[in-house]
Design a protein around this ligand. Sequence first.
Ligand code: FE
Ligand code: FE
Ligand code: ZN
Length: 276
Amino acid sequence: MLRIGCHLSSAKGYVSMARQAEKIHANTFQFFTRNPRGGNAKDIDPSDVKAFLDIAETNDLSPILAHAPYTLNACSADPAIRDFARRTMKDDLTRMEYTPGNLYNFHPGSHVKQGTDTGILLISQMLNEILQPEQTTTVLLETMSGKGSEVGKSFEELRRIIDLTEQEKLLGICLDTCHVWDAGYDIVNRLDEVLTEFDTIIGLKRLKAIHLNDSQNPMGSHKDRHARLGEGYIGLDAFKRIINHPALRNLPFYLETPNELDGYAKEIQLMREARD
Ligand code: FE
Ligand code: FE
Ligand code: ZN
């Protein structure tokens, strides 16, 4: 069965997200752990989490994918910003243990004039300080479009972060279709080749989630502007191939398209109809 959902608002807690997911026939979802621009997270309400876990089991709602705030930059040149990233991710991963065995996704970061090598080093340093062997959450590095000085725009860069991380068993990849397209990977005409390259460099066993977004810009544009499915340069035929590809079809898919709940419901239905 196709496992698909979208980004949901976490403002009203876990049960609220489960209800939103139910409404749009999603069987998984993504949410921000806190305000996307950072700041303090709301305290976890244990009764909300407990009720959520029951609903999730009844409705076969899994996995849940928590997304770190956008401002989290593990490879900033400013030590205070790096420290904020470390404290935020550590706190997020502690909170994730209330819902064990799920996924946590973050943008590797922007090196801002320090160079990619330094960026990769700083990101892996943070991961080495934070990841705990006993944690049950898999931490995902998101593939990036390469806008500005973003680290993670190529499979090679992501591989190097993994190689420098001691607890590499806890790491996976979240592939964002808009981002890899904008980074220059032709998932429209050469999906098989791109996935073979991913397998050679990183290994498909690391691939744990797909962000399903069309792109407002042509391949290689390094822009990162999401479009609704079929309204961008990637197009519906490519998304049909992506959700049905043998290497991808059993992964969870998350929409981050510019939509309200009813728009997400339509895209979820569209992808369910496109499932082979
Ligand atoms: Fe993201
Ligand atoms: Fe994404
Ligand atoms: Zn994006």
